[in-house]
Design a protein. Structure first.
Lengths: 250, 661
């Protein structure tokens, strides 16, 4: 169903935009009472000027009186590079009754609405069916992430700890953070953004503190790096508690 | 370095950031007035930070350099707020007093706006960066630059090589700004890569002559007797080369920065390309072939004509509608973020976020400054929607609307920057000016420009703050420290920009006055008498700084006064943008809107970057695409950015050097 939704949205937008674009245009062959006394908001018509240069018949800002309309209708296009089928003039005034593409826009809007609602309905299914490079956000996966951080903390007192912290936090990023982030849309879809927000924000704090541990280790500030790893672990615990609450439905 | 405090906010990072920011601000003010756009300076400041803080001063941690670039970009980025709006006052009234109280009140309002923009966006960090995980391509690139020395030699090398490559590729697009003795440096156009001219038809053969004329039109649009350029300024006209009709624009911007931003955006950025295709390969040709465009618009002018008259207003409407839907969809996340900031509960011993009380304490005085600036700069009048109210009440309403609008527009711009790296500031400034003129009357140009300038400064500060916070997230900065340093220094930028603008105006007046005196010296006496005493031109057409964005804004103001604004297009765009956001992805309206708003050649290059990322990820895997693609694209961003700044600074210095030698 997702492709039907996308198709409807694409067609709806195209149709809507096409119709909307004509909002300020009036056909040059419209009845006189419709076109008379309107003000041009773009040049209109074309005729050869001096030295073969094409010049407009009526300039922007001119009011369309009977003489101007007659002159515009008389001058048909037909020069190289010109619009092949010039039919409309652009005016300043807008009127629903004059709008040539109003039904295109109305139809496009309805199609877009239908497509959008369909896309919304099928969103969860599509996200959940994403490829296998994701780790679902759950209390269990965060507990495993926490265990990995604890393992780094245990190694942080050994020689060459700074280099080890950089390597191990890089590994955690690849093993946990990126795959967890990839599953975020599915998690939001299943939980609702309001309920998911707190847990996701807490998980982001884990990531930020891991990044801080990496930066401090790369700069040679081992104590700061260890402190940041400690903070990452605390945020892991907090995330896990929030996820457990969500999983229990409390 | 056991036991030593990890340096983050330090005197050296703050002073260095302000110093670099002021230099970049002055250069960008000039460049923006000359060529119409500015670049954010985060990447440049980051590289300079490494060079100076780490290389020369032998200090500077990753986070300290990040703080320096955060401050530098804050001081610099606000430039656009001033240069897109304030020159309008001089375009309307060339005798506008320079350095008058009114102008400095506007500057004060801009400074207040910039601080307010920083404060207002703070509560949205959690929603945009932690929950929505917007990509902020420049912010991501910055983190790659900052991490490069610690990430290993190979990645640093990749970044440097990419930066050099980008600079070489970009140089000929910008080099023509460098002039010496009336001659400019060679650029791509000077390569004279042209389409071949057709053979003339034999005399007397009518059909061969018609065929020749048709072919001639395809290769020589401006009828200068030479084939059209394939490489023209910053554009590569691939469509011309392939013989594709000119109303179907197939032109790429020669911009490694746009390509890099596209790569860093990845698959989500593809929606921008889709929107561009809809605007320029569907709507523009349909309008042309359907007979909507005046016959004076020739096929090679279709894209630009459609952009100005149709797709841009629709795009602005879509941005508004899309952003509204984005805000509605994000309300639960925003509520959670506000709740967490308001409760100020600390999970660890550090306070991560600026608290709500501080935000209000910062924003309230700024709103008061805005009110007084409005009250003292606006002209009392009884037209507009607020015409029936006393003047004081009018200004109070305009202040309240302005503050709410700053918050709303800040979110729009931050979302756009987060998703694409582009911020449609001029479009938002345009809407602001229209809004104030509707409220205060169409004749209230000064008031409208003042609020427009304030809003521009506010939203650029918001977008810049969010980009820097994204970098901070990726390298582990404490958000509160970045938020505080940025809020404290945001007020500097408007004063630097305004001072530079006044300097440029003085210089323009002097130069144009001398030129006029020289011209009149050889003119007949009657002409001299009619011309009177030459006064000079402060800014705009006829000077070295044409101020294209301000000129465009002036056209909108004139259009507004003449009742020419396409409100129906804004409205239709808003409805479509809103509905696009109802679907699976609430930011879709914003993405399609921005693609309809921007020129297509930039979008194509950006889209090429997105497609490249998808291909690389497919072939080499997501991790490889990230690990090597990010430093490469960070190099592209920095190579073009550094060179653009260098050229702008040199262009500013060359006229003085020319006089000296």
């Amino acid at each position: 169903m997702q492709w039907v939704a996308s198709l409807l949205m694409m067609l709806g937008t195209s149709l809507g935009v096409y119709g909307a674009a004509s909002a300020y245009y009036v056909p040059i062959d419209a009845p006189d009472e419709v076109i008379l006394n309107l003000t041009l908001n773009d040049d209109a018509g074309a005729k050869p000027g001096d030295n073969g240069v094409i010049v407009p018949v009526a300039k922007r800002g001119r009011q369309l009186d009977a003489a101007a309309i007659a002159e515009l209708r008389k001058n048909a296009p037909g020069m190289p590079g010109q619009s092949p089928a010039w039919k409309y003039v652009r005016v300043k005034e807008f009127a629903w009754s004059r709008w040539p593409g109003k039904w295109y826009t109305a139809a496009g809007t309805l199609m877009l609405l239908g497509g959008a609602l369909l896309a919304r309905k099928t969103r969860g299914a599509v996200v959940a069916a994403d490829d296998g490079s994701v780790v679902p956000i759950s209390a269990m996966s965060v507990a495993e992430l926490e265990a990995d951080i604890e393992a780094i903390l245990r190694q942080s007192q050994s020689a060459g700890a700074a280099k080890a912290i950089c390597d191990l936090t890089d590994a955690i990023q690849k093993r946990w953070i990126k795959p967890l982030v990839r599953s975020q849309p599915a998690f939001i879809s299943a939980t609702g953004i309001g309920r998911a927000a707190e847990a996701l924000s807490s998980l982001a704090a884990v990531e930020r503190n891991l990044n801080r541990a990496w930066s401090a280790a790369a700069d040679g500030y081992l104590e700061e790096s260890i402190e940041a790893l400690g903070d990452a672990r605390i945020y892991c615990q907090s995330t896990r508690e929030k996820l457990l609450k969500l999983e229990r439905g409390t | 370095m056991t036991g030593k405090r990890y340096p983050e906010i330090t005197w050296s990072s703050m002073v260095f950031g302000i110093f670099v920011g002021v230099l970049m601000n002055a250069s960008m003010t000039y460049a923006g007035l000359k060529i119409g756009f500015t670049i954010t300076g985060s990447a440049i400041a980051a590289v300079l930070g490494f060079g100076v803080l780490r290389g020369v001063l032998r200090r500077g941690s990753i986070l300290e350099v990040n703080l320096a670039q955060t401050v530098a970009s804050t001081v610099n980025t606000i430039t656009s707020g001033i240069i897109f709006t304030v020159p309008v006052l001089f375009l309307i009234n060339p005798e506008q007093p320079r350095g008058g109280v009114r102008l400095w009140l506007i500057t004060l309002a801009c400074a207040a706006g910039a601080v307010m923009g920083c404060a207002f966006i703070v509560p949205l960090r959690k929603q945009m960066i932690e929950i929505d995980r917007l990509r902020f391509p420049s912010g991501t690139a910055m983190s790659a630059i900052l991490r490069a020395p610690g990430a290993g030699g190979k990645k640093s090398l990749v970044l440097i090589v990419a930066a050099i490559f980008a600079a070489i590729l970009y140089y000929p697009t910008a080099s023509t700004q460098l002039k010496w003795n009336g001659r400019h440096a060679l650029g791509y156009s000077d390569q004279e890569w042209r389409l071949a001219m057709p053979e003339p038809a034999a005399a007397g053969d009518a059909s061969a002559e018609a065929n020749y004329q048709a072919q001639l039109h395809r290769v020589d649009h401006n009828r200068d007797g030479k084939g059209d350029l394939v490489l023209d300024g910053e554009e590569f006209h691939l469509g011309r080369l392939l013989g594709i009709p000119d109303f179907l624009a197939l032109t790429l911007a020669i911009s490694p920065l746009s390509f890099g931003a596209g790569y860093l955006s990845g698959r989500p950025g593809l929606m921008v390309l889709a929107g561009g295709v809809l605007a320029y390969w569907v709507l523009a040709p349909a309008a042309y072939l359907g007979g909507f465009m005046p016959p004076t618009v020739q096929d090679f002018q279709v894209t630009e004509s459609a952009r100005i008259g149709l797709t841009r207003p629709l795009g602005i409407g879509m941005l508004l509608g899309g952003a509204t839907m984005g805000i509605v969809a994000a309300l639960p996340a925003m509520r959670a973020a506000f709740k967490s900031i308001a409760s100020a509960t600390r999970i660890t011993k550090r306070q991560d976020e600026m608290d709500l009380r501080t935000i209000l304490l910062i924003a309230a005085p700024c709103a008061i400054v805005l009110f007084f600036a409005a009250h003292l700069t606006r002209t009392p009048g009884d037209s507009g929607w607020l015409g029936g109210l006393p003047f004081l009440a009018q200004n109070l309403v305009i202040t309240v609307v302005g503050v709410v609008w700053i918050w709303f527009a800040g979110i729009i711009i931050a979302q756009c920057t987060g998703m694409t790296d582009w911020s449609p500031i001029s479009g938002i400034a345009l809407l602001t000016v229209v809004l104030v003129m509707l409220l205060g009357g169409a004749s209230d140009t000064v008031g409208a420009v003042m609020v427009g300038a304030t809003l521009c400064c506010a939203v650029t500060a918001s977008a810049d703050m969010m980009t820097d916070l994204k970098t901070g997230q990726l390298i582990g900065s404490i958000p509160r420290r970045q938020q505080m340093s940025q809020t404290l220094t945001a007020a500097i930028g408007p004063f630097v920009s305004m001072a530079t603008l006044m300097l440029i105006i003085s210089n323009n007046l002097e130069q144009t006055k001398s030129a006029e005196i020289a011209r009149l010296a050889n003119a007949p006496a009657a002409e001299r008498a009619a011309a009177g005493e030459p006064k000079g031109i402060p800014i705009g057409p006829g000077t070295e700084t044409p101020a294209p964005q301000a000129t465009a804004l002036l056209a909108v103001i004139n259009g507004m006064q003449g009742g020419e604004l396409p409100y129906a297009l804004y409205g239709c765009g808003a409805v479509l943008g809103l509905l696009l956001g109802v679907g699976a992805f609430s930011g879709l309206g914003v993405l399609v809107g921005i693609s309809m708003y921007l020129p297509f050649h930039s979008i194509l290059t950006y889209g090429l970057g997105c497609v490249t990322q998808m291909i690389v990820a497919k072939v080499k895997g997501d991790d490889w695409a990230e690990e090597w693609g990010v430093p490469t694209c960070a190099g592209f961003v920095i190579g073009e950015g550094l060179l653009a700044l260098g050229i702008a600074a040199l262009a500013l210095a060359l006229p003085s050097l020319e006089k000296m030698f």
